[in-house]
Design a protein around this ligand. Sequence first.
Ligand code: UD1
Length: 384
Amino acid sequence: MRVFLVAGARPNFMKVAPLLETLHAKSDRVPELQPFLIHTGQHYDSQMSDDFFRDLGMPMPDIYLGAGSGSHAEQTARVMVAFEKACVEHKPVLVVVVGDVNSTLACAISAKKLGIPVAHVEAGLRSRDMSMPEEINRLCTDIISDFLFTTDELASANLIAEGCAPERIYFVGNTMIDSLTKHLGRALAAPLPYGLEAGSYALLTLHRPSNVDEPVALHCLFDAINAIADYIPVIFPAHPRTAQRMGTIQLHHGVRVIEPLAYLSFLGLMARARIVLTDSGGIQEETTVLHVPCLTLRRNTERPITCEQGTNFVVGTDPREILQSALHVLNAPPPKNLIPDKWDGHAGERIADILLGWLSPNRATAAIGSAVTSGTGPAKKTAE
Ligand code: UD1
């Protein structure tokens, strides 16, 4: 009885690892269960993929689809075709997708059209910004998924408001935080690079198309970053997409551009930063758990809980506002914030318990801890 777990791009690996590990650890409950790790190949450089497998202690993928880069349609289509073939050959009883990248949507569609139930981990997040490719991926994946695993109750409420049946929704917490909780000690054991001292530098990441594909937008952001570098050194591990577009930008001597970092190195830098500036989704969540102030360089967030309870400020892309917000944070004491409910390192276990309950030959109720209802999931197909 095969269960496919899909990972394709950098932010997926941390979300899949805890669930894969827990399914293996609890496999005695469903002895015929075979978790299969599928890597779509959306990210393929060692810095964007292999190094993450090493740091997270993940096994090699059982199937590598080799989709690679391309336009959205090309990339999504290549993953769909290759994934459909893998499903036809290996006949999984369930496909688990995570996050909001093109691989997430592609695999959900291919599986669903073959009649295979789909579980979406990190369902219900909404930026309400349809110019974000990830928002389209989230909406389309959620509408066809049978299990909707949410990281917070705002996400569950979004799904209810969109008409999703409550029995499909399970509030389980955040598997990316499971990975953080597990690996933080190792990340902090390594000394900081470049002679940096804890609490004395800013960490920057940028890769959203809306920020980096348009030269004027990217120049404006670096006006702000250069101004911030007058006050605090800035470390910038540049995503390949951004690195390709940095050509003509003049950088302050306090801005250090480095290669993308593997998981542990990045976590170690983030946990000890004075401030983080980012347009990433996941980093808004990680900084909240680490109690590190985060300025989100976007006009919106699909993760409002990190602003309501955590350390996140959505500051937009205007250089003056970014500088003002950064100076405000740098002049204030480090924040005291809440950690959202169920971001406790056990989300993968909750998901595994629900799925194993559903897969179990003596299927009882599948639901534990669902904020919305006691979901039962879809009708189970006979195991192959
Ligand atoms: C993708 C996800 C985004 C996620 C991000 C994390 C979608 C729509 N976007 O965006 O949600 O936050 O990953 O990194 O799925 N490239 C390399 N090496 C690689 C992978 C990509 O050089 O291993 C280059 C590609 O040639 C391409 C660019 O980076 O030009 C963008 O890659 P792509 O996967 O298309 O999108 P991301 O911007 O990484």
